[in-house]
Design a protein around this ligand. Sequence first.
Ligand SMILES: [Zn+2]
Length: 90
Amino acid sequence: MSQHEDRAADCADVVLRLFEYVDHELGPLDGDRIRTHLEECGSCLAEYERDLLIKALVRRACACEQAPAELRTQILTRITATRVTWGQPG
Ligand SMILES: [Zn+2]
Protein backbone atom coordinates (compact mmCIF):
# COMPACT_ATOMS: atom_id res chain seq x y z
CA MET A 1 0.00 0.00 0.00
CA SER A 2 1.35 3.44 -0.90
CA GLN A 3 1.68 6.27 1.60
CA HIS A 4 -1.14 8.11 -0.09
CA GLU A 5 -3.51 5.17 0.40
CA ASP A 6 -2.38 4.90 4.01
CA ARG A 7 -3.30 8.52 4.61
CA ALA A 8 -6.67 8.10 2.90
CA ALA A 9 -7.47 5.02 4.98
CA ASP A 10 -6.44 6.96 8.08
CA CYS A 11 -8.76 9.84 7.17
CA ALA A 12 -11.68 7.45 6.64
CA ASP A 13 -11.04 5.88 10.03
CA VAL A 14 -10.69 9.25 11.74
CA VAL A 15 -13.92 10.59 10.21
CA LEU A 16 -15.76 7.42 11.25
CA ARG A 17 -14.58 7.85 14.83
CA LEU A 18 -15.00 11.62 15.11
CA PHE A 19 -18.36 11.39 16.83
CA GLU A 20 -16.89 9.04 19.43
CA TYR A 21 -13.92 11.38 19.82
CA VAL A 22 -16.20 14.40 20.21
CA ASP A 23 -18.16 12.48 22.85
CA HIS A 24 -14.94 11.38 24.63
CA GLU A 25 -15.91 7.76 24.10
CA LEU A 26 -12.51 6.69 22.75
CA GLY A 27 -9.72 5.28 24.87
CA PRO A 28 -6.56 7.37 25.38
CA LEU A 29 -4.66 5.56 22.61
CA ASP A 30 -7.33 6.06 19.94
CA GLY A 31 -7.98 9.59 21.17
CA ASP A 32 -4.30 10.47 20.89
CA ARG A 33 -4.10 9.00 17.40
CA ILE A 34 -7.06 11.08 16.23
CA ARG A 35 -5.82 14.27 17.92
CA THR A 36 -2.44 13.83 16.23
CA HIS A 37 -4.14 13.28 12.88
CA LEU A 38 -6.30 16.39 13.31
CA GLU A 39 -3.18 18.47 13.91
CA GLU A 40 -1.80 17.33 10.55
CA CYS A 41 -4.92 17.06 8.42
CA GLY A 42 -6.96 20.17 7.63
CA SER A 43 -9.88 18.33 6.03
CA CYS A 44 -10.39 16.06 9.05
CA LEU A 45 -10.05 19.09 11.34
CA ALA A 46 -12.85 20.80 9.40
CA GLU A 47 -14.98 17.66 9.84
CA TYR A 48 -14.19 17.68 13.54
CA GLU A 49 -15.22 21.31 13.94
CA ARG A 50 -18.46 20.62 12.08
CA ASP A 51 -19.12 17.64 14.36
CA LEU A 52 -18.61 19.87 17.40
CA LEU A 53 -21.16 22.32 15.99
CA ILE A 54 -23.63 19.53 15.23
CA LYS A 55 -23.16 18.10 18.70
CA ALA A 56 -23.97 21.49 20.24
CA LEU A 57 -27.07 21.84 18.08
CA VAL A 58 -28.22 18.28 18.80
CA ARG A 59 -27.78 18.93 22.52
CA ARG A 60 -30.01 21.97 22.30
CA ALA A 61 -32.62 20.13 20.25
CA CYS A 62 -32.66 17.05 22.48
CA ALA A 63 -30.93 17.22 25.83
CA CYS A 64 -32.54 14.00 27.05
CA GLU A 65 -30.80 11.26 25.06
CA GLN A 66 -28.46 10.67 22.17
CA ALA A 67 -29.93 12.00 18.94
CA PRO A 68 -30.81 9.51 16.24
CA ALA A 69 -28.81 9.57 13.02
CA GLU A 70 -31.84 10.95 11.21
CA LEU A 71 -31.86 14.11 13.35
CA ARG A 72 -28.14 14.49 12.83
CA THR A 73 -28.66 14.35 9.07
CA GLN A 74 -31.46 16.93 9.26
CA ILE A 75 -29.27 19.33 11.22
CA LEU A 76 -26.36 18.78 8.88
CA THR A 77 -28.64 19.55 5.91
CA ARG A 78 -29.87 22.70 7.67
CA ILE A 79 -26.31 23.89 8.29
CA THR A 80 -25.44 23.38 4.65
CA ALA A 81 -28.62 25.18 3.53
CA THR A 82 -27.89 28.05 5.91
CA ARG A 83 -24.42 28.46 4.47
CA VAL A 84 -25.76 28.49 0.92
CA THR A 85 -28.52 31.03 1.59
CA TRP A 86 -26.44 33.33 3.77
CA GLY A 87 -26.37 36.89 2.49
CA GLN A 88 -29.49 36.57 0.41
CA PRO A 89 -32.22 39.01 1.49
CA GLY A 90 -35.65 37.80 2.48
ZN1 LIG B 1 -7.42 13.25 7.61
